[in-house]
Design a protein around this ligand. Structure first.
Ligand code: CA
Length: 230
């Protein structure tokens, strides 16, 4: 397995509220929100908590529990201080075990999957604009610049209960997974992401190129990318 991960502040934001991490086949990207640096706290709690998941038993249950634990940890922290009130975060999670991959997410951080020359988005954003796209009210292109594109319909830290779908797929050698925050997927077109994933071999190079390209397009948001090659 080859892995590269990087987070970048972008060119506009004063803070980087994204966080990412990985260990033993488990990968997490989180994009935090909330004032007074609370977004940074929320995304850090999410990554730290999810990476502690005990995946020795039922994997789907373990991932669900990890998300619930992260959700509670963020709510607890938010209740402790007014500065942290209303903080939350997205999470995009991948777990690879032999030829199986498990994918789950909350919010608008994404997991993409490249097999051969076919790129698939495995996650469906929990966002207002995605709801509008699904009902045909706006197009994917309009969603990119929609004034309410930052409104999430689900996030860690927003409700006591959490509902997360977990997807399981079979993988083959050479397959690639890309986890990212919306600083990448909301800026760089999917066709460009696909082109880079197919053209370049070295995961480090791909991650650097994608982040550089998002910055060339303005870098309006924090950008986080993890690339995993099976
Ligand atoms: Ca973001």
């Amino acid at each position: 397995m080859r892995v590269a991960g990087r987070t970048d502040q972008g060119k506009v934001r004063e803070l980087n509220e994204d966080a990412f991490g990985y260990r033993d086949g488990l990968f997490v990207v989180a994009d935090g929100m909330g004032g007074h640096q609370a977004g940074e706290v929320a995304s850090a709690i999410a990554v730290e908590t999810i990476l502690q998941a005990d995946l020795s038993g039922d994997i789907k249950k373990a991932l669900q529990t990890a998300l619930e634990t992260a959700n509670k940890a963020i709510l607890n922290q938010a209740n402790r201080s007014e500065d942290f009130n209303g903080m939350g975060t997205t999470a995009a999670v991948l777990y690879l075990e032999k030829e199986r991959a498990f994918i789950t997410h909350v919010g608008d951080s994404r997991v993409y999957y490249l097999s051969g020359s076919v790129l698939k988005q495995l996650t469906s954003d929990h966002s207002l604009v995605n709801e509008l796209v699904k009902t045909g009210e706006i197009t994917v292109e309009e969603a990119r610049t929609h004034p309410q594109r930052n409104i999430l319909t689900r996030a860690l830290g927003s409700h006591e209960t959490l509902d997360a779908e977990i997807l399981e797929i079979e993988v083959a050698p050479g397959d690639k997974f890309l986890l990212c925050s919306d600083g990448l997927s909301g800026t760089v077109p999917e066709t460009v992401i696909k082109e880079y994933l197919i053209r370049e071999d070295d995961p480090e190079v791909i991650v650097d190129q994608l982040i550089n390209y998002a910055n060339e397009l303005g870098g309006a948001d924090n950008i986080t990318v993890i690339l995993v090659e099976v």
